[in-house]
Each structure stands twice: as C-alpha cells, then as structure tokens.
Design a protein around this ligand. Structure first.
Ligand code: ADP
Ligand code: GN1
Ligand code: MG
Length: 369
C-alpha cells in the first residue's frame, strides 16, 4: 500500500509525556509497515528527540497484545542491562514514553494506536551493508538480543502475527493469490512464479522441525533486517535492536536467515539492476562470526547446521511475500512505485540463486566455525 499521509503528528506527540513543548514531527526512516516520525521538543533539561509511531493495524490486528509484548520486552531488557552494570543501558534498548493518560500508547480520534520511544542518538540503521564489520556487529547484536530475552519472565509472548514465518503457510497463500490473480498480474511475473513453484519441496524444513521438536522454540525478533539494528556512528558497534513488533516465539534460524538476506548483498532490497545482487561470502563469514560470538553458547547442533539453509529459505520466503503482495494488488507492504513489489521479488529471488550457488561453501564454513 502507499504510505498514508495526513496525520497531525505534532498534535499526537503532545499526547505523550515528553520533556518539553513539541516543535516538530517529521516522517522518518524507511520501514515498510508503521508510520514513523522524528519528534523534536524545545530545549529542555531532558532529551530533545523522540520517535513517534502509528502502529499499522492492518498488519497488527491485535495492537493491545502487541503493546503488552513490547512493554514486557523493553522492561526486561532494560532491567537486565542495568543489572549487568552497562553504563549506557539507556541507549541499548528501546524505552517507551508513556502517554499523558498513563498508558503506553495513545488512541487518536480515528482509532489509530500511537506509541513513543526515546530517540537513540548517535546511531544509524543501514539499508545496505557497507563492510564485514557492519555485518559482524549486526549479527552479534541480534544474537545478544536473543540471549537477553532467553529468561523473559511471564510466560509465552503473544503471537502478534500468527504463522508469521510459517513458510508452508506463506506458500499456500501465494498459490491462492496466483489462482485468483485478482489484479491480472500473473502474466507479468511468469518467471518469478515458475521460480517459486520449483522450490515447493523445501518450504517445510524449519516449520516441520519446530513442530516435531527437533528445533527449539525461543523468544526471537523475527524481523532482523539490517536496518532494524542501530549501529554506533563512531565505532560501528551494534547499539540497539529496534522494531520489536514481531518479537514472539519462533526459531533463531529466521533471525539469522534474515540477516543473510539483508546484510550480504551490496544492492538495495528493491534494486532493479539485478547484476548488482549477490551473496558476498566475506559478509556471510562476518555474520557467522558475529552471531556465534553472542549466540554460539546456546545454539543446538541442528540450529547451527541449518544457519546457511536458513539464509536461503528466509530470502525465498520474503521474496514469496513480495510476489504474493504484487499478485494481490499491493495491500501489505508500503510501495513507492507501481512495480515496487515485483522489483523486490526479483531482487530476493536473484539473491536466492546466488545463495544456492554458494551453499556448499557456506555449510563448510559453518561446520568448521
Ligand atoms: P517499521 O516497522 O516500519 O520498519 P521501525 O520501528 O523499524 O518501523 O522504525 C522505522 C525507522 O525509524 C527505523 O528503521 C529507524 O531508522 C528509525 N527508528 C525507529 N526507532 C528509533 C529510535 N528509538 N531511535 C532512533 N531511530 C529509530
Ligand atoms: C517489513 O517493518 P519492516 O520494514 O522492518 C516486514 C518484514 C519483511 C520486511 C521486508 C511486520 O519489515 O517481515 O521481512 O518488511 N515486517 C512485517 O523488507 O511484515
Ligand atoms: Mg523496521
């Protein structure tokens, strides 16, 4: 869908207990789901910048459950980091600013849910990986995030999007969209459809192992694209994992897999020059090192063994979701041009091919890591 406009973000920001009078609220970031604004307040004793977000309720059907998850995750992470004595715990996890009502969110007149976070200063979310050092830092940060949440109290988190990474369910939805072809677009994606159908046999590997217990369920992030971890502008180290809407029970393989998808290619997710798209081995090597540094101690042998395959499967799954959205008329992901979802599909599938060609070498690397 195209980005919704017209929210009075300044007025909404004033509904939160900020440290001074709101002076501006500008659209911010490149996420595909929520509407994000950078809010500035007049100079005051406290922080002067905040992040205001409208939760996309077409995607997140139960925003109350989502916010309950986010509150629990933020509180646990902050308390644990503080307990560990980290000097900059305030920068290492998202922190919610309560609304003036005292709740963690504000509901506007149109029924939209809004929340507000402290702005993480001096750190950036990158859309494209620039160096193995960045890949290393991102993977280490997401592994540390999983470790941080491994003792989250209070029972199982809500599933904010049921079957979010159930690749067979994603495949079934793709087949339905193809059969309906509601927008007459299947003819424009013949090669991509054939590419997807040819890989039907592999879609169940992780979902089935989770179901039969050969892979453990853990608290995972589930949306570990590179721009969902902010890296320090000076040191390039991972500072803060953001975008907590899909933190829920899952497999660590989805998290590692999405890092491979988003942190190994020198091209953007929507690059139209497919000759630019490829899995760069030094980036993969850095991801493995970074991830094992923070998560290596708790991974089972099977989780470790499947890390390379997960990179391929998740890249395929996200490509399939873009293709499904293309066939269904662009109702889910924000788009900025008519063929945006088709372009994104092509990029993902080209990356899948590149991963497939290097899978034996990737497996050998992990086996010896
Ligand atoms: P979406 O679900 O739409 O991807 P995100 O939560 O990832 O939304 O936020 C969109 C962008 O806003 C991020 O990629 C990041 O650049 C920026 N951002 C989000 N939260 C913060 C924060 N607390 N501090 C600084 N930047 C942030
Ligand atoms: C969305 O919210 P954002 O832009 O970080 C999507 C992910 C996809 C990603 C593809 C809730 O992530 O699942 O992998 O786009 N988030 C949701 O770029 O669907
Ligand atoms: Mg995001």
């Amino acid at each position: 869908m195209t980005a919704p406009v017209g929210h009075d973000a300044v007025a909404i920001a004033r509904e939160f207990a900020l440290s001074g009078p709101v002076v501006s609220a500008q659209p911010y970031g490149s996420g595909h789901i929520n509407d994000t604004f950078k809010v500035e307040v007049a100079p005051a004793a406290g922080p002067s910048r905040f992040v205001l977000q409208r939760i996309n309720h077409n995607v997140f059907r139960r925003p109350d459950e989502l916010m309950a998850n986010v509150e629990r995750v933020c509180a646990h992470a902050h308390a644990k980091l503080t307990r560990l004595g980290l000097p900059d715990a305030d920068r290492r996890t998202l922190r919610l600013i309560p609304a003036r009502s005292g709740r963690a969110w504000h509901v506007d007149a149109a029924g939209n849910r809004w929340r507000c976070y402290h702005f993480i200063e001096g750190a950036t979310g990158h859309d494209i990986v620039r160096s193995p050092a960045q890949a290393f830092a991102a993977a280490k940060a997401f592994g540390a995030f999983q470790s941080l949440l491994s003792d989250l109290p209070g029972g199982r988190l809500h599933e904010t999007i049921p079957d979010f990474h159930h690749t067979p369910a994603r495949f079934a939805r793709f087949r339905e969209a193809l059969a309906k072809d509601s927008h007459g677009r299947a003819a424009s994606a013949v090669a991509e459809v054939a590419f997807a159908l040819a890989r039907a046999q592999e879609v169940g590997v992780i979902a089935e192992a989770l179901r039969d217990g050969t892979l453990p369920e853990r608290v995972t992030h589930n949306d570990t694209k590179l721009n969902n971890v902010l890296l320090d502008d000076v040191t390039q180290e991972g500072v803060c994992v953001i975008d907590l809407d899909t933190v829920m029970p899952g497999s660590v393989l989805y998290d590692f897999g999405d890092l491979v998808r988003t942190s190994t290619s020198p091209a953007a997710e929507d690059e139209t020059d497919l000759s630019q798209v490829r899995m760069q081995f030094p980036m993969f090597e850095a991801l493995v090192r970074g991830y094992l540094e923070s998560a290596g101690s708790f991974l089972t042998p099977k989780e470790k063994e499947l890390l390379p395959f997960a990179g391929k499967l998740i890249t395929f799954e996200i490509g399939l979701r873009f293709l499904t959205d293309w066939l269904e008329g662009d109702t889910y992901f924000k788009t900025k041009r008519p063929t945006h979802n088709l372009d994104r599909t092509r990029t993902q599938f080209r990356l899948v091919e590149s991963i497939e060609a290097q899978l034996p070498a990737m497996k050998a690397l992990v086996a010896h890591a």
